[in-house]
Write a protein that binds this ligand. Structure first.
Ligand code: AR6
Length: 166
């Protein structure tokens, strides 16, 4: 089942939350900064051992002080206008995060809207990609949550879910 929530992702008591990380995995602003603050310094120390992560891929760590058991750090593409494989890379982020979560036995997982903040990906297009990959995996989870930070993002995801697959 896919659910749309408006929430701060760091507060969610799910098996796994997904971080919109960068290739260093060493933290940053936006949701990444919020997750590192809430998880505590152990998260950065753990991430430093991972040696980064290429765009389109994901890495898993414990949640440390978060209510979530795991954090899955997915690196979304920077938006350059659409001609640099952004859609493929964004879809592969969602796919790789869901595969990792399933491999670790997660039944509930929450995603922020990857790449749509600092990385500038158009929100409607990103929501369509997120929802289309979530639909492929929803049978393997009890709940896949699209965790929206604004009311406008929440409405966008609700509309995208209603419209159906692209
Ligand atoms: N809970 C849920 N969603 C949030 C939260 C939160 N606490 N905070 C922000 N968002 P962004 P990106 C939403 O910029 O575009 C970082 O510096 C936000 O409204 O966090 O993938 C990283 O280190 C937006 O919809 O991630 C990278 O360098 C969404 O999360 C870079 O930014 C993603 O916005 C990644 O940029």
């Amino acid at each position: 089942m896919i659910r749309v929530l408006r929430a701060d992702i760091t507060t969610l008591p799910v098996d796994a939350i997904v971080n919109a990380a960068n290739t260093t995995l060493l933290g940053g602003g936006g949701v990444d900064g919020a997750i590192h603050r809430a998880a505590g310094p152990e998260l950065k120390a753990y991430c430093a051992e991972l040696g980064g992560c290429p765009t389109g891929e994901a890495r898993i760590t414990p949640g440390f002080r978060l209510p979530a058991k795991w954090v899955i750090h997915a690196v979304g593409p920077v938006w350059h206008g659409g001609g640099r494989e952004e859609a493929t890379l964004l879809a592969s982020c969602y796919r790789n995060a869901l595969e990792l979560a399933a491999a670790h036995g997660a039944r509930t997982i929450a995603f922020p809207s990857i790449s749509t903040g600092a990385y500038g990906y158009p929100k409607d297009e990103a929501a369509r990609i997120a929802v289309s990959v979530m639909r492929v995996y929803e049978g393997r989870f009890d709940e896949i949550i699209a965790c929206c930070f604004s009311e406008a993002d929440k409405r966008l995801y609700e509309d995208t879910l209603e419209i159906g697959p692209p």
